[in-house]
Ligand binder design. Structure first.
Ligand SMILES: [Mg+2]
Length: 285
């Protein structure tokens, strides 16, 4: 799961909010593309979506308690060991200056409803207990996105992984199932709607776009193409969609060799993700 979502993130990063003409002519899956404006992220390099997912995944397989404080500590830890761009400017600035989760919590107002809480929530969906998925997604969201839609977007993204991992039904029915679960916990729902057009910065937009693409896709390559074709915040859409899609056998696992091969492979790159993936699937149930 981590490798596939990192490929989605890194591939999508070349197209994030890029001109639709650029997307139309370069979204071929042949290679990672250099973003026309963001020179700080190189082709094949993943962004905040994957780095924060690592924080969540590592905390899941640790023996640490699942609290806002431990989540915040992990966010700071993964950034400090491997600083990278891709974060929203203000959050990047804070992360660059804090040394602990409590310092982070002191310096941010966690009232965003943007996509940060959803893009990192996928691994939580591996838990077999829906109640735990809902609760853990909520707690990790509150560190930065303590708004009803910020939290519910994270829960929906995690539930999407859960639905695929536990083979609950056909992928085309994923939104309706998420709606039923979310509403049982007092949420709004609306996750079975169809998303069209450019994806804005709010979390629910990325999740709905990812679910729409998932429902229609036949394979992981088809899915990644669809996610990027939306235009807008497509690295996040692809991260959320690929996290879920990698857990189902219904979609053909056909990510292009070139994208798997050229995914960054530094200390926290491809090999690290592969190993952590193995631990996640062994430990989380
Ligand atoms: Mg990103």
């Amino acid at each position: 799961m981590l490798v596939e979502l990192a490929v989605g993130d890194a591939y999508g990063a070349g197209f994030e909010y890029a001109d639709p003409d650029f997307v139309a002519s370069n979204n071929t899956l042949n290679r990672y593309v250099q973003h026309p404006k963001h020179s700080g992220i190189r082709p094949g390099q993943y962004t905040d979506d994957t780095q924060m997912t690592l924080a969540v995944a590592e905390l899941l397989v640790s023996n640490e308690p699942w609290t806002e404080g431990s989540v915040a500590d992990k966010f700071v830890e993964v950034f400090r060991r491997d600083p990278r761009e891709g974060y929203a400017g203000g959050f990047y600035n804070v992360l660059s200056h804090v040394r602990s989760g409590s310092e982070l919590q002191d310096r941010i107002t966690p009232h965003s409803d943007k996509s940060g809480a959803a893009m990192r929530a996928g691994a939580i969906g591996l838990c077999s207990d829906v109640d735990q998925v809902i609760r853990y997604a909520d707690i990790q969201a509150r560190v930065t996105h303590a708004t009803p839609l910020g939290i519910e977007s994270a829960q929906a993204a995690a539930l999407a992984v859960h639905y695929c991992r536990y083979n609950i039904g056909p992928v085309s029915n994923i939104g309706a199932w998420i709606d039923a679960e979310i509403q049982e916990y007092g949420g709004l729902g609306g996750w079975a709607r169809v998303w069209n057009g450019p994806v804005g910065s709010r979390g629910w937009m990325s999740v709905l776009a990812a679910l729409t693409a998932l429902s229609a896709a036949s394979s992981l390559s088809d899915l990644l193409t669809r996610c990027v074709n939306y235009t807008g915040d497509v690295d996040t859409v692809a991260t959320i969609a690929l996290a879920a899609a990698s857990c189902t056998t219904e979609l053909v696992a056909d990510l292009p060799h070139a994208l798997l091969r050229d995914l960054e492979n530094g200390p926290y790159g491809h090999d690290y993700l592969t190993e952590l993936d193995k631990v996640l699937f062994r430990v989380i149930q």
